[in-house]
Design a binder for this molecule. Sequence first.
Ligand SMILES: [Zn+2]
Length: 235
Amino acid sequence: METLFRDDAYCRTCEATVLSADETGIRLDRTVFYPMGGGQPGDTGVLRRADGGEVRIVDTHKGAGHDDVVHIPDAGTALPGAGERVTAEIDWDRRYRLMRMHSCLHVLCAAVTGDVTGGQVGDGKGRLDFNLPDTRLDKDEITAILNRIVAEDRPIVPRWITDAELEANPQLVRTMSVKPPSGSGSVRLLEIEGVDLQPCGGTHVRRTGEIGPVKVAKIENKGRQNRRINIAFAD
Ligand SMILES: [Zn+2]
């Protein structure tokens, strides 16, 4: 399957051919739908059929194989047949909010020292867990750093390195819970110029300015050394 969101996160729609379809999922030869992974939820949207009908997609998952994307249809919807041409279209407003928040969590990685032990991107909010000793974390201080980097409007650029290069540079991996996808020979890195560089297969905005104003909503203690920082859009 051709995963168009990897090269262009702003691609909202594409023509595709149905490879297979049943109640458990629809597979296409190419897609703009991002499958749940790396803390980012799967896309929702529609598959438009030539006869004007629509198949509502309520979630997107990873399948068994590499680049296998499974589109989950709304229960009870009439399914397209194998070989049928459809137009795949994601719910863009939701995805764009997820892209902004996901990118913001990369900025948060740079604003706080300590290994990341987990995280979740949500619609309008997000969080990262940091393995931190008894450090005093200040909500307003972190909020100010985040908004400074947002205001600097820094470029956010994906690039690829080989598995071997990543192995030689283990410090690139900030996230302990999410192992970077490897085995395909190369790893996708996400760089926020001068701020953060780490493996990530998710979808991001092009510049930090697109994230918009954000705030630290809450800092929680989740067990010894574990600090959960919750972020929300400020507008
Ligand atoms: Zn990312």
